[in-house]
Design a protein around this ligand. Structure first.
Ligand code: ZN
Ligand code: ZN
Ligand code: FE
Length: 753
């Protein structure tokens, strides 16, 4: 053929597991290109022969109209010495280097599949229907490249019909690795109180019936089990709460559809987009609408954790029940990781769930539901897991071969690959031994999957964090990174900034370089180091860790700072439910400084104020006190802040005294909460202005768990911008300790060896 050439094209990015090879195949057909496409571990490789014009158009189309879920990072081509042969083929995967393309996260069922579920004879109501655009990915992948044999679909032989679709380039399921149907795919079973139910359709119907009758049913999801129950049944909620040992933590709800959800919560455009996205996270919404939920669902907080159906099974379930919503909370007990395997579910859940619904495909990588919120029109990720993991975060710094162990609570670790960070799925609280096992396993698996052999491991400075202990165990060279420096560095890294910034890190706890518990920190920092410019003035934490679960202790501590005299009259006034001896004991501990570490924690300050307002003496779930205080907050920008003093660090004793005075005057809690929130915003803005005056730095970076507080976040961003600061916040990773690993990674990369 005249003008005929052959080139080899390499495409990197998110190009596997989302219908990329079929796309190339079809494109080749369109332009008369001969050759082949195959997945390499580092790229999709295309051998393409054709006329110059056709080749140009072919390559241009790869760039301009890739499949909807693909993300092309690079595309390059070179002249090939190989003849293309006749026709165009999809070849078996090559596996040659230790570079890897991205692994797709799990994707919610697509609309095409929902339609196919009602029309394709072999997939009528098939609860695991999927295609190149949707279905499980990360949760089923064992190794790369992404091919059926390397997933937990391997044991399922395709039937003739599915095989036909899989090999037909014109079909939507051409090379869809988890392709399956009612005849050949994984099947559901239900182990009920009296009988075992088999058959996909019967299982769905029985699940719906049991939930409707007030039963608690454990249902296997994409990345782990859920407990499902009727949110309008007091009995069911109570049973679930007792069984899960979840105390007061709100339950997430899956709503039938967005219209139904609007009856229970306010949903703005951004929130709707997020709810409908292929990630399908739990989205925290403001409660509201014509209908109300039982108070036990969200434990009288003003928010609702809502999501929309994301598995075909969920959609089928709503066809069989009239319920507007179903509780869908993580299938775990207390702080353990969510259960993923069928046998464990059946044994562990025996006392909690009336029935266990499984399907016989294995979950390889555990991924809990992700949790998000929309603040000020932008997405905040509070828990980054299903649908996000393991998408990499692109960085401006090379981090290759570095691992970061993360924090201890809400743990997530990170691996550096080139100049990308691969963040693990949400791991959880490492103090739980099962969670620690999951951590070790996930670390191994992610290293294998992404072919990372760490040469350096970054860790928190806290010597007792179990993640630090893990770092020691690896035997690798270690790089310690201060907790709040890591928070700020993480936010800088995801925003692509590397110079000096004013870092405002407000959270519950982090080990400080002076051995105190930090958490109300103003830093001037870059990746290579930080200056602790100022911080919230230290107070005691009587009883150490107990103070983090009993907010009245922090209130007592602040009162002691304000007025070291006899505290006992405060008990009668503000904490009548705390036994007198108990209260006096804490008073004595404060006086004699026994077991009372010093802290600058902003989180503990919120706790103290919540307790002073009578909102929470003892927490039944993490951050409860601060959440209850926030629930009382109006518009902080319309309220006068309380007085505070910056002559010796950030001294909030006057604020506490004013709150006491307001309480005595009978000022309503809403006003006090709003004024307190206004005070924190005032502290941040005033302190940043003073740091700018001295340093000339006008970039402010906000991080730490306290920025999960919408009033603080939105008010602070607004006021800083009005004061002409450039403000950076988290968008791709959590501001809480789930984001710390990314900061450790970049700090270690810059300051490590
Ligand atoms: Zn689909
Ligand atoms: Zn089939
Ligand atoms: Fe933190």
């Amino acid at each position: 053929m005249r003008d005929s050439r052959t080139v080899r094209i390499f495409i990197t990015g998110l190009v596997q597991g989302i219908g990329f090879r079929p796309f190339i195949y079809n494109l080749a057909g369109r332009f008369g290109i001969r050759g082949y496409v195959r997945n390499g571990a580092n790229a999709v490789e295309v051998l393409a022969g054709g006329t110059g014009n056709a080749l140009d158009e072919f390559i241009r189309n790869i760039e301009t109209s890739p499949p909807p879920l693909a993300r092309i990072d690079s595309i390059r081509h070179e002249e090939a010495g190989e003849a293309p042969g006749a026709g165009f083929q999809i070849l078996q995967s090559e596996d040659t280097t230790d570079e890897v393309t991205d692994v797709s996260p799990d994707i919610a069922v697509c609309d095409y599949c929902l339609a196919d579920m009602k029309t394709q004879p072999h997939r009528i109501d098939y609860p695991l229907i999927n295609c190149t655009l949707c279905g499980p990915r990360f949760s089923i992948i064992r190794s790369v490249p992404y091919d059926r044999l390397r997933t937990t679909m391997a044991p399922f032989a395709m039937c003739e019909t599915c095989a036909g679709e899989y090999t037909d380039p014109a079909d939507r399921r051409f090379h869809a690795q988890p392709v399956a149907c009612n005849d050949c795919g994984p099947k559901y079973s239900l182990y009920g109180p009296v009988k075992t139910v088999e058959g996909n359709e019967r299982v769905v119907a029985e699940t719906a019936r049991l939930i409707g009758d007030g039963a608690v049913v454990a249902v296997k999801g994409t990345g782990g089990f859920h407990f499902a129950c009727n949110p309008f049944s007091d009995v069911a909620l109570q049973r679930l709460r007792t069984g899960k040992r979840r105390d007061g933590k709100p339950f997430a709800l899956m709503f039938r559809d967005i219209e139904t959800l609007r009856n229970y919560a306010e949903v703005n455009d951004e929130e709707e987009k997020l709810l409908h996205s292929t990630i399908r996270p739990v989205v925290l919404l403001a409660a509201g609408g014509t209908e109300s939920l039982l108070p036990d669902v969200n434990n009288r907080l003003s928010t609702v954790g809502a999501m929309l159906p994301y598995m075909p099974f969920h959609h089928l379930l709503f066809e069989k029940t009239a319920l507007p919503a179903i509780v869908m909370t993580s299938g775990n007990i207390s702080e353990e990781p969510i259960v993923i395997d069928n046998e464990t579910a059946r044994s562990t859940f025996a006392g909690i769930a009336d029935a266990v619904v499984i399907y016989n495909r294995e979950i390889h990588n555990r991924v809990d539901d992700s949790v998000c919120a929309v603040f000020d029109g932008s997405v905040q990720i509070l828990r980054r897991s299903r649908g996000f993991a393991p998408s990499p975060i692109p960085l401006n710094v090379p981090v290759d071969g570095i691992a970061a162990a993360g924090a201890e609570l809400k743990n997530c670790f990170a691996l550096g690959k080139g100049s990308k960070a691969i963040l693990s799925q949400h791991i959880g609280d490492l103090k739980n031994s099962e969670t620690m096992d999951f951590y070790r396993e996930a670390f191994e698996r992610l290293c294998t999957l992404f072919r990372v052999q760490p040469r350096l491991i970054a860790h928190d400075l806290h010597p007792d964090y179990l993640s630090t202990a893990f770092a020691r165990e690896t035997g690798l060279p270690m790089a310690g990174v201060q907790h709040h420096h890591a928070h700020i560095a993480a936010c800088c890294a995801e925003n692509g900034i590397s110079g000096k910034v004013i870092g405002v890190a407000l959270d519950g706890t982090g080990y400080g370089t002076d051995g105190a518990v930090w958490g109300g920190e103003f830093l001037l920092s870059d990746f290579s180091g930080f200056d602790r410019v100022t911080h919230i003035r230290y107070t005691g934490m009587p009883g150490g860790d107990r103070a983090a679960v009993e907010p009245w202790r922090m209130a007592a501590s602040w009162l002691f700072e304000c007025d070291g005299n006899d505290l006992s009259h405060y008990r009668d006034e503000f904490f009548p439910s705390i036994p007198e001896e108990h209260f006096n004991l804490i008073g004595a501990a404060l006086e004699k400084n026994i077991n009372t570490p010093r802290t600058s924690s902003a989180g503990r300050l919120f706790d103290a104020v919540a307790a002073l307002c009578g909102l929470c003496d003892e927490m039944s779930f993490e951050a409860e006190a601060a959440m209850r205080l926030e629930a009382q907050c109006g518009n902080p920008l319309a309220e006068t802040p309380y007085k505070w003093n910056s002559s010796d660090k950030i001294d909030l004793r006057e604020t506490i005294q004013s709150i006491v005075a307001d309480r005595r005057r009978g000022v309503d809690i809403g006003t006090i909460s709003t004024r307190f929130h206004a005070t924190i915003i005032d502290v941040i803005v005033t302190t940043c202005r003073s740091i700018r005056n001295n340093s000339g730095c006008g970039k402010v970076v906000l991080s730490g768990g306290c920025f999960q507080n919408r009033c603080i976040f939105e008010g602070t961003v607004r006021m800083l911008q009005e004061n002409t600061f450039t403000v950076f916040t988290h968008h791709q990773i959590p501001c809480n300790d789930g984001g710390v690993a990314l900061g450790q990674l970049v700090v270690a990369a810059v300051s490590g060896r």
